[in-house]
Design a protein around this ligand. Structure first.
Ligand SMILES: [Zn+2]
Length: 103
């Protein structure tokens, strides 16, 4: 658990608090970085299937963080997980069928 600064009143607030206990302003309203990165990587994995392994990790990490921090980007994280799992299967299928690495 870390302490962050309230955007409104400037007092220190727990990063797990959804609102500032002092002024009531919502905290952590930014986009989760891992969710954004995971989503972008999942789109890249459509063309380079190997990237899907990193994309699923980043998206899942983003999703876990959002559950705690209440940041934005839950939809991105879920979409990232779905797309990257799909392309992990495509990668595995190609590997199984052709028995060698194909992007
Ligand atoms: Zn405040």
């Amino acid at each position: 658990m870390a302490l962050i600064k309230c955007n409104e009143c400037g007092k220190t607030v727990s990063d797990k608090a959804r609102v500032c206990p002092n002024c009531g302003a919502p905290t952590n309203i930014g986009l989760n970085t891992y969710a954004v990165a995971g989503f972008i990587l999942s789109l890249i994995s459509i063309f380079i299937h190997l990237v899907s392994f990193i994309a699923v990790y980043m998206s899942a990490k983003g999703f876990d963080q959002i559950k705690i921090t209440n940041e934005k980007g839950k939809g991105l994280a879920i979409t990232g997980v779905v797309i990257s799992i799909l392309y992990i299967f495509v990668f595995m299928y190609n590997f199984y069928i052709y028995n060698f690495y194909i992007l």
